[in-house]
Design a protein around this ligand. Structure first.
Ligand SMILES: Cc1cc2nc3c(=O)[nH]c(=O)nc-3n(C[C@H](O)[C@H](O)[C@H](O)COP(=O)(O)OP(=O)(O)OC[C@H]3O[C@@H](n4cnc5c(N)ncnc54)[C@H](O)[C@@H]3O)c2cc1C
Length: 396
């Protein structure tokens, strides 16, 4: 396993629990920061629960009950999650979350070597810094947006040369934020960012993860202008009102690209013995840029295909599921790119208590985005199920 983020950890846990001998290497030492909004959708939370993560093992864990959205026209609406039925949204620093998930992997028997980079690869033989050559039956590339493994194996095709991702996003942690930012999850559809958006996601201890993302190509401003845009955004009265006058940045901002083109990406190499997952499979949602749930999903699917002895089933599963979701999300993103489209979509979403509730659940991937178009994923109670760690199932 190359990479110990959510994608690599999910694959490693799934394989180790099935009795496979799993070695995971990551160039970083954990806990390590990952530039991210730290937002966890219902889909991500359910997968974390299935993998055996306990929220109390994650220090900055904060449960979200409502999503507040401001439309480009300045109208604000609250989209509530169901109450007393488990967790439908949460925020957790990636430094805490990813380290806790690797602890689950270690407990499942995965041999974790953090602080060791993969520096070369031939098929399933890896050169690992400080260790030497590691030969494996299968290799899973979970090494993120820039995936050095893709490059070592020459999987990067012509179209991908100079590839910089579909989104580019900024993030900064703030402390001493006011009540709204400390307790509520905010999304601002600013007219000049569409189809991108700005966010403030609440963390434990009066802190918040604040940031914004823009889509490459869809935007009149180049990503090099984002630094100036950042101070301009933070000074906008409606954003300042949520963060509060005493909010202080904790550290410099960070920026990182987000890849969202799983349907156009080679997912395997070396005759099916190397599989790419998570950001290395370009698997984030093209509408929101969320990728933790997708990283967990692709990691588990890749591992299951190895356990079944049929890795060609992995790209097929992606084409029949996630790729359909992402095509729908891409189409909606084109609607959101225009002020009128974004305004209209949010007006419909906020029209009644029923649409508000269901919009929150759809946005947070409580069920697959394109569930209606993929009957093979229909399951009993799919649209009415509980959140993760539901009190009704007796989980913490
Ligand atoms: C600013 C921003 C905000 C975001 N907000 C959200 C959000 O709120 N919610 C959400 O769901 N998603 C969000 N995303 C997307 C999300 O962060 C990613 O989709 C997710 O981290 C992908 O997980 P992964 O396991 O595939 O990769 P990563 O988490 O990037 O892990 C890859 C790992 O590979 C390791 N690695 C790299 N090279 C090597 C090497 N040569 N040898 C060994 N190891 C190596 C790295 O050290 C790293 O630990 C955001 C992204 C950005 C940039």
């Amino acid at each position: 396993m190359v990479g110990g983020g959510p994608a690599g950890a999910a694959a490693a846990i799934t394989l180790a629990r099935a009795g496979r001998d799993v070695v995971l290497v990551d160039k970083a030492r954990f806990p390590r920061d990952k530039c991210c909004g730290d937002g966890l959708t219902t889909g991500a939370l359910r997968r974390l629960e299935q993998l055996g993560l306990r929220p109390d093992a994650v220090a900055s864990w904060h449960v979200v009950e409502d999503v507040w959205v401001r439309s480009p026209s300045g109208r604000t609406a609250c989209f509530p999650f169901p109450r007393d039925r488990g967790t439908f949204g949460a925020v957790a620093r990636r430094a805490d979350l990813d380290a806790a998930l690797l602890d689950v992997a270690r407990a499942a028997g995965v041999k974790v070597h953090d602080g060791h980079a993969v520096t070369g690869a031939t098929g399933t033989d890896l050169e690992v810094e400080g260790i030497g050559t590691v030969s494996a039956q299968y290799v899973i590339g979970a090494d993120g947006m820039w995936s050095p493994l893709r490059k070592y194996l020459g999987v990067t095709d012509e179209a991908e040369r100079g590839y910089l991702g579909e989104w580019h996003a900024f993030r900064q942690y703030f402390r001493d934020v006011a009540e709204p930012a400390a307790t509520q999850l905010w999304v601002w559809f600013e007219p000049d960012l569409l189809p991108g958006y700005a966010w403030s996601f609440p963390l434990a201890d009066g802190r918040a993860n604040v940031g914004f993302g823009i889509q490459r190509g869809a935007h009149s401003q180049p990503t090099s202008a984002m630094k100036d845009q950042w101070s301009d955004l933070l000074a906008r009265p409606h954003i300042r009102a949520v963060l509060g006058e005493n909010a202080q940045p904790e550290a410099p901002h960070k920026a990182w690209p987000i890849p969202a083109r799983v349907e156009r990406t080679d997912l395997t190499a070396a005759g099916g013995r190397v599989l790419f997952v998570g950001d290395a499979a370009r698997a984030t949602d093209p509408m929101t840029g969320e990728g933790i749930g997708q990283a967990l999903e692709t990691g588990v699917l890749a591992a299951e295909s190895i356990l079944a002895g049929n890795t060609s089933a992995y790209p097929v599963a992606i084409r029949r599921g996630l790729a359909v979701d992402n095509r729908l999300a891409g189409a909606l993103s084109r609607v959101l790119a225009h002020r009128k489209g974004a305004r209209g979509a949010l007006r419909i979403a906020a029209a009644t208590p029923w649409t508000r509730r269901n919009f929150a659940r759809w946005l947070f991937e409580d069920y697959p985005r394109a569930v209606l178009a993929t009957p093979h994923r229909w399951a009993q109670h799919a649209l009415t199920g509980d959140g993760a760690w539901s009190p009704r199932t007796g989980q913490p």
